[in-house]
Design a protein around this ligand. Structure first.
Ligand SMILES: [Zn+2]
Ligand SMILES: [Zn+2]
Length: 265
């Protein structure tokens, strides 16, 4: 990964996240250096808006930023890594579902704020931003674990390799479904003329607060002007349904691989 030449208000992000890693909940103190990790599409230089930054501990930062080494792939190492990847991806599925359900509730939330003539509640805004950051971080962590598994493949015993490949292939397919569900959920926010990163009002295609490009909403317009939210929500649900079906296949493949590895322990 290339170094980015960006700046940010580090202390205020740490403070917002209560000096706690948003992935593993390690609390930073003098002994534990905290780091910032960007999520989503962030500019490669200049100031990164706090809505696109998460606090992570040094270990999680290393998982995210360091290219995987190729250690010896004992059956035991592999067994633990597959189990850990499965556990993290399982948790990510529910994070994505939570984000999708939050996003699909936003049209009603905005409408009622509009009816009352009030601004959208700032708690609702920070909740949206946090939920999005957490889900993007969770996906990035699983990606990093899958890269580690892929790096192990050449070192794996030939008889185990096909099962490992089948497992990583399905886990990667599941990742794509999850990313798709997140992007569709973000599209809901763009369709509401809000930035899907910082949630500020959007005028034009680029957010003037955080610099994020709005999601493409053209596919979701009714022939007139309004957005076909029902169709968009339906597609989000179908994508989540696909993800859950992929999970069934993944469980079978993880079990097959674990059985094979256990025999070698
Ligand atoms: Zn951590
Ligand atoms: Zn923005």
């Amino acid at each position: 990964m290339t170094a980015r030449d960006w700046t940010a208000d580090r202390e205020s992000v740490f403070d917002r996240d209560a000096f706690t890693c948003r992935h593993c909940e390690t609390v930073g103190d003098d002994a534990t250096a905290l780091r910032l990790s960007p999520v989503g599409d962030v500019p490669r230089e200049g100031t990164v808006h706090e809505s696109a930054l998460v606090t992570v501990c040094a270990d999680c930062f290393e998982t995210l930023e360091t290219a995987p080494a190729t250690p010896s792939a004992t059956a035991e190492t592999l067994f633990h890594r597959v189990r850990e990847t499965t556990r993290l991806q399982g948790a990510t599925i529910s994070d994505v579902a939570t984000f999708a359900s939050l996003s699909t509730s936003l049209p009603a939330t905005l409408e009622s704020a509009c009816d009352d003539g009030t601004e959208v509640d700032s708690d609702a805004v920070s909740n949206y931003r946090r939920t999005r950051r957490d889900v993007l971080l969770a996906i990035a962590i699983v990606d990093a674990h899958l890269e580690e598994l892929a790096a192990l493949e050449p070192a794996v015993a030939p008889d185990v390799r096909p099962s490992l490949e089948a497992f990583t292939e399905t886990a990667t397919a599941l990742q794509s479904r999850l990313v798709e569900a997140v992007e569709l959920s973000e599209t809901v926010v763009s369709a509401l003329e809000r930035c899907h990163g910082c949630f500020d009002s959007l005028e034009g295609q680029t957010c003037s607060t955080c610099g994020l490009e709005a999601c493409e909403t053209a596919a979701w317009h009714h022939p007139g002007e309004s957005i076909a939210f029902d169709r968009l929500f339906g597609t989000i649900n179908e994508t989540l349904q696909d993800a859950s079906e992929t999970t069934d296949t993944l469980t079978d493949r993880a079990t097959a691989l674990a059985t094979q590895l256990t025999a070698e322990l």
